[in-house]
Design a protein around this ligand. Structure first.
Ligand code: PLP
Length: 366
């Protein structure tokens, strides 16, 4: 089985076996020290040097998105969301659900975000900008510089879901003035699902701590997490085993030559796949795309049918798209323990699967 999926991804053997080495109970000083050092290393990789500005939750990424809305949007706040696909839409739904005023910059799935889209939203009193910096459903990677300047100019907090971009694309909280970064264990970190990590700027910590007007979710009250993290502790049982996997992954990235080398590897796999996929006559959309993924466009046959053949006949998994794009687009992830040889195999099997779907289509017609 080979996973070319967004997350969980094809896991490295050493990650999958890390739990065999044993682990200690989480209410110990030793575990707390491990957590502190791991979160510190993570926050440096995110470009955040705020002390104890990073916490972790037992949750998938979506839980952290929602908890961030509850903890970081206080009375009188008004949000603007970049909504270019399923994950942007998810932020909108959550704001709606929590009765928080918001507007959205709505993009068609294949429309690249530009300065023009932001113009109507200048000086309109928004306090917070929300973006999924890589909208995983389409593969579009938004322009961090553009959004960062917009947020600064409009005096807004800048909240970024970087779940599918962190450890695939360049990222730097301080450089881009990012106040919250949300990531989760099963994407760029290539670990088991179940752990979300949040990194805050100093001014966002102050804002969260200043909240006296309402209590956010009891389980996800960030004040409790922030008040415990200087000891490496959490108010409730954390995803202990995933934390060990993350620690080991950070070691592995260091052994491989560090962050830039990691980014180069993923970019290299992506470029190789894109070249090969064009050679076999398939199309890639022309908006800016994350290193993490390649969306592949199908004109005459169903992308969804191709995905089924790849899975059932060749044990290769790629991501489908939802809704109106289900038959049009498939997505291939470049994260995880996949090699150039695996990509060559994927291309071969993609060709065979396409032939098979075409043959079935002809039979269906005749
Ligand atoms: C995967 C992903 C999430 C989180 O999804 P979960 O299934 O809740 O972990 C959130 N945002 C983006 C952009 C993602 O790619």
């Amino acid at each position: 089985m080979t996973l070319f999926t967004c997350g969980p991804v094809q896991m490295y053997h050493r990650t999958a076996t890390i739990r065999d080495k044993g682990y200690i109970h989480f209410r110990t000083k030793e575990y707390g020290e491990m957590v502190k050092s791991t979160l510190k290393r993570l926050s440096h990789l995110m470009g955040n040097h705020t002390e104890f500005g990073t916490i972790y939750l037992a949750s998938s990424g979506t839980g952290a998105m929602e908890a961030t809305i509850e903890n970081c949007m206080l009375a009188n706040d008004k949000a603007l969301v970049i909504n270019g696909g399923g994950f942007g839409h998810r932020f909108c739904e959550m704001l709606e659900y929590h009765n928080i005023p918001y507007d959205s910059v709505d993009l068609k799935w294949n429309e690249a975000l530009t300065a023009e889209h932001l113009k109507p939203f200048e000086n309109k009193g928004y306090t917070t900008l929300f973006v999924n910096i890589h909208e995983t459903t389409s593969g579009q990677l938004y322009d961090k510089q553009l959004l960062s300047e917009f947020a600064k100019r409009n005096n807004m907090y800048f909240i970024v879901d970087a779940i599918s971009s962190f450890l695939a694309d360049e990222y730097d909280m301080e450089k881009y003035g990012i106040d919250v970064t949300i990531i989760s264990s099963q994407k760029g970190l290539c670990c088991s699902p179940g752990c979300a990590i949040l990194s805050f700027s100093k001014r966002m910590i102050d804002k969260i701590q200043s909240n006296e007007s309402k209590r956010p979710s009891l389980y996800f009250d960030y004040r409790d997490y922030l008040n415990n993290i200087d000891r490496g502790q959490t108010p409730y049982t954390p995803p202990v085993l995933v934390m060990y996997e993350i620690q080991d992954m950070l070691n592995m990235i260091e052994e491989e030559g560090g962050l830039n080398s990691r980014l180069a590897t993923i970019k290299g796999k992506g470029e190789y796949f894109r070249k090969k996929v064009k050679e076999i006559g398939l199309t890639i959309p022309d908006y800016p795309i994350s290193n993490m993924i390649t969306p592949v466009w199908f004109e005459d046959i169903s992308a969804y049918d191709v995905i089924q053949v790849l899975k059932d006949k060749y044990d290769i998994y790629v991501n489908p798209c939802g809704g109106e794009l289900a038959d049009k687009l498939l997505r291939v992830s470049h994260l995880g323990d996949t090699t150039i040889a695996d990509i060559d195999n994927l291309i071969d099997k993609l060709l065979l699967s396409i032939e098979e779907v075409k043959k079935k289509q002809l039979q269906g017609v005749s």
